[in-house]
Design a protein around this ligand. Structure first.
Ligand SMILES: N[C@@H](CCC(=O)N[C@@H](CS)C(=O)NCC(=O)O)C(=O)O
Length: 211
């Protein structure tokens, strides 16, 4: 049985949980991190010296870093639609990497942290304005890439949609000014219609809010 260690309100845990559900893999999840704690124990540190979630255990494989876990699950258990052959996969993976290295810092460490994890009195309005401007520009790039979709690879839903979609619930539900992105809006709407997305990604982050 595959185990995931990490609370379900973590966007990085959500990546892994959504992938497991899309792949139909039996699994169990253990609440850890945040108010659940448990990341400083010797056992946990031996699995992940960063003391962060998620960790995935699958037999004798123990992994951390959500994007690496997603790629492992896709390569080990996905069919050639979800994890395409290299020449089709590489351009998708390029965008998956862009999400992790370019979009995520602006959306998650940036806007989400500023609006939800920072007390209102301590918010830096100028920094937030800069992040929102960057998010608008990046969302425009993603909108162009997605086009008519319906998925990143056209007709086939792949691992790249998990990386590209996992922060969109937060993107569309946080209170800030978004760019006009009709393709991205329609893509998000299609994601919300996937049961695995609704169950594992559309999870309230109210409990993480710092007033
Ligand atoms: N690059 C890592 C980041 C992991 C990370 O920052 N996890 C956060 C939650 S999203 C964490 O463990 N925070 C401490 C906690 O929840 O106690 C990944 O993608 O897995």
């Amino acid at each position: 049985m595959i185990s995931v260690l990490g609370r379900n309100t973590s966007s990085n845990v959500q990546t892994v949980m959504w992938a497991l559900a899309e792949l139909g893999l039996p699994h169990e999840r253990h609440d850890m991190g945040g108010s659940f704690g448990g990341l400083d124990s010797a056992d946990y540190t031996a699995m992940n010296p960063n003391r962060l979630i998620p960790v995935l255990r699958d037999g004798d494989v123990t992994l951390w870093e959500s994007a690496a876990i997603l790629r492992y699950l896709a390569a080990a258990y996905g069919d050639d639609g979800f994890w395409p052959e290299p020449r089709r996969r590489a351009p998708l993976d390029m965008w998956a990497e862009w999400i992790k290295t370019t979009w995520t810092p602006v959306m998650q460490a940036g806007i989400f942290w500023a609006l939800i994890r920072t007390p209102a009195a301590k918010r830096d309005a100028a920094r937030l304005a800069d992040l929102v401007a960057r998010a608008k520009s990046l969302a425009g790039m993603l909108d162009q890439r997605i086009g008519a979709g319906p998925w990143m690879d056209g007709e086939t839903f792949t691992f790249a949609d998990i990386m590209c979609g996992h922060l969109l619930y937060r993107y569309y539900t946080l209170d800030f000014e978004r760019a006009e992105t009709p393709n991205l809006d329609a893509y998000y709407q299609r994601l919300t219609e996937r049961p695995a997305y609704a169950e594992h990604v559309m999870i309230s982050y109210d409990g993480l809010r710092v007033e």
